[in-house]
Design a protein around this ligand. Structure first.
Ligand code: GDP
Length: 369
């Protein structure tokens, strides 16, 4: 008969099967007493929080009380995948509570970027998403840029209430929470003892001096992001680790660009113009004739066109097509969620088709840069 064991730290049911799921313990750790889950172990010994993840519906259910509580909501989004990491139902979720939009990973933008323009762009986009914000803060959790501004904005807007930190997976929420922990707290023990009401989901609470807390929430999984679909091996290839060096291509209509074998852009119609690609520099961009593109893909996917390598090609869903008309005189980006974007420098308009793995969000927006 099997005995069900619980983590001595957070009370979650322990399991040895899936290191990516809640309650995981490596088998060796079962020999030690008291048994704590890997997540509590990391928090206790390394002061390292890693978020649990949930889909959006479960997230909204779990945190449905936030809209009826007085609180400050800090929403972290990824500037490299803005459309992929925005939470579509956030305004409904927060009720009348103030929202700070923390825009992370600004270190990935080219060095010459005008940050005021970026803030204006984000404010405009947030409005289009129906989100009211009390502040927009740019930062890089990894490179430690803008962290002071995040702290100051939280202090300014929280008014003796709890602070809920929310975000999609992979936006850098854990990185930022870990910075907040090392800044605010030396009470490791307290970090493991909180639960969401009525569940065994453990949460990280960073105590504040007025008895309130900064509360980490589960990361929301959005399967419309390429970052959720690629293999672990390919993830660091599609996610840039340093400032992007944009690649500019002068194309005639009837030409195609391949982004490894991850995606493809066809320039169907329009005057000769330039396309600026903001993607990880680890992804090889290959230019070809549109009429040759299908054949090239069939023959060279996984080799000349990589990543992914040949063995991993079938792990991605087949391409779906998205067609767009970029209007005359507009500067727009075509975004492939998780992969980056292509700026269409069009004065005369352009008709293009994006091929991207089925389910991946592909949208057009006003140019970020
Ligand atoms: P979470 O899933 O939101 O908790 O995100 P993590 O904190 O685990 O970060 C996800 C990935 O984004 C990791 O590979 C981090 O190294 C990376 N990351 C986090 N913050 C930044 C940042 O400011 N800039 C860049 N370039 N990468 C970041």
């Amino acid at each position: 008969e099997e005995e069900i064991m619980h983590c001595a730290g957070c009370g979650v049911k322990l399991q040895v099967d899936d290191s990516g799921k809640l309650g995981f313990v490596p088998t060796e750790a079962f020999l030690k007493e008291p048994i704590i889950c890997q997540r509590c172990f990391r928090i206790k010994h390394y002061n390292e929080a890693s978020s649990i993840t949930l889909n959006q519906d479960d997230f909204l259910k779990l945190l449905s009380h936030v809209g009826n509580t007085k609180a400050l909501v800090v929403n972290i989004v990824d500037l490299f995948d803005f459309e992929g990491s925005m939470i579509s139902s956030l305004q409904r979720f927060v009720g009348n509570n103030p929202v700070i939009l923390v825009v992370n990973k600004i270190d990935l933008l080219p060095k010459v970027t005008n940050y005021n323009k970026i803030i204006n762009w984000v404010q405009k986009q947030a409005k289009q998403w129906g989100l009211k914000t009390v502040d927009v803060v740019l930062c890089s959790a990894k490179k430690n840029m803008g962290f002071e501004r995040v702290i100051n904005s939280i202090a300014e807007h929280r008014g003796h209430h709890d602070v809920y930190v929310v975000g999609a997976t992979n936006v850098g929420k854990s990185t930022l929470i870990n910075r907040l922990i090392s800044d605010f707290s030396d009470l490791e023990a307290e970090l493991t003892t909180s639960h969401y009401p009525g569940t065994t989901l453990d949460i990280v609470k960073i105590p504040l001096d007025d008895g309130k807390s900064i509360i980490d929430t589960p990361g929301i999984v959005y399967n419309h992001r390429l970052t959720e679909l690629v293999t672990r091996k390919d993830l660091p290839k599609i996610m840039p680790s340093n400032a992007i060096k944009p690649m500019v291509y002068q194309l005639n209509d009837g030409q195609t660009l391949f982004f490894g074998a991850m995606a493809r852009m066809d320039f169907n119609r329009g005057e000769r113009q330039s396309f600026t690609c903001y993607t990880s520099n680890a992804i090889k961009i290959h230019r070809t004739k549109l009429e040759k593109a299908d054949e090239l893909y069939a023959e060279h996917k996984g080799t000349l066109l990589a990543p992914p390598v040949l063995d991993d090609i079938d792990k991605l869903p087949p391409f779906a097509k998205h067609s767009f008309t970029i209007p005359r005189g507009k500067q727009q980006d075509v975004v492939i969620s998780g992969l980056g974007w292509i700026k269409v420098n069009s004065n005369a308009g352009a008709e293009i088709t994006i091929h991207a793995p089925k389910g991946i969000k592909v949208v057009v927006r006003d140019s970020l840069i």
